[in-house]
Design a protein around this ligand. Structure first.
Ligand SMILES: NC(=O)c1ccc[n+]([C@@H]2O[C@H](COP(=O)([O-])OP(=O)(O)OC[C@H]3O[C@@H](n4cnc5c(N)ncnc54)[C@H](O)[C@@H]3O)[C@@H](O)[C@H]2O)c1
Length: 265
């Protein structure tokens, strides 16, 4: 029970990777808040958390809205009594891809709002509380798309690299206050995110014409993942548990690749 007695917020915890992080943290003893724009999904995952014997709060939150984010932090403190861990997981795939000249201004604004500005808003809202308590953990879910500069999603790649850089900026600023801030970069996971992306790739890229989303995904894994096998949300969940645990007290400002070896420095 590495997170016994702790309270964790997992944004976008109603599906995919977020659900994997929620369940891993709840299994390790944490009570959980699940702010998600799709509140019905958050409520379903909340039922699973209750089944594990933990307290849980599901709520509708748009992480691109500063008012929603502030209200979410306040509600979590009121209902669950404290906050120890913030996981910024909510995000979205943002095609179209190459050539980047096909992207619109709106594509870039949306990619940044959901994937990057949201992390700024939640960190800004929670920092005074963590500073006052002299402790706290922030885990930001970035992506290998940042370091790889994935041409399939230019705006998304830049937005996720921005998450990694912002992680380091906040880690430096909050380090003297006993707060650690790290990023996790997942590789390729067959969540709703990738199902939609694969459908788009099959429609728009002649090399994938006629393939099902699942076939596009499997080809991607075979092409770019050295371990040649699929990863799961639990892989990200356990990495997030480690970064939130006492064992990781001296780890800060890092971007941990959990990707089967796609990115090696
Ligand atoms: N699936 C992958 O291959 C992959 C790879 C690398 C990184 N990631 C990142 O992992 C994170 C989770 O992705 P996933 O694959 O589980 O996707 P997903 O689409 O299954 O889940 C995303 C979750 O975020 C929520 N969300 C979206 N916009 C929101 C908003 N404005 N406010 C609040 N909640 C919002 C959704 O409702 C959903 O529950 C994202 O940040 C994504 O960029 C995914």
């Amino acid at each position: 029970m590495r997170l016994a007695g702790k309270v964790a917020i997992v944004t976008g915890g109603g599906s995919g990777i977020g659900r994997g992080i929620v369940l891993a943290m709840a299994r390790e003893g944490a009570d959980i808040a699940i702010p998600d724009i799709q509140v019905l999904n958050a409520e379903k995952v909340a039922d699973e958390v209750k089944g594990l014997g933990r307290r849980v709060l599901a709520m509708k939150t748009d992480v691109t809205s500063s008012a929603d984010v502030k209200a979410m932090i306040e509600r979590t403190r009121e209902s669950l009594g404290r906050i120890d861990v913030l996981v910024n997981n909510a995000g979205m795939a943002a095609p179209p891809g190459m050539p980047f000249t096909n992207n619109t201004e709106e594509d870039w604004d949306r990619a940044f709002a959901v994937n990057t500005k949201s992390v700024f808003l939640t960190c800004k809202a929670i920092a005074p509380y963590f500073i006052e308590r002299r402790g706290g953990r922030i885990v930001n879910i970035a992506s290998i798309a940042g370091p790889l500069a994935a041409a399939t999603m230019p705006a998304y790649s830049v937005a996720k690299q921005g998450v990694i850089t912002f992680t380091r900026v906040v880690a430096r600023e909050l380090a003297p206050h006993g707060v650690t801030v790290n990023a996790i970069c997942p590789g390729v996971l067959y969540t709703e995110f990738w199902q939609k992306l694969a459908a788009h790739i099959a429609e728009t890229n002649p090399a994938f014409k006629g393939m099902s989303p699942r076939q596009v995904f499997e080809k991607r894994v075979a092409d770019i993942v050295p371990m040649k096998c699929e990863q799961t949300p639990e892989d990200i969940g356990w990495a997030a548990v480690f970064l939130a645990s006492d064992e990781a007290r001296y780890v800060t400002g890092q971007a941990l690749m959990v990707d089967g070896g796609c990115v090696m420095h």
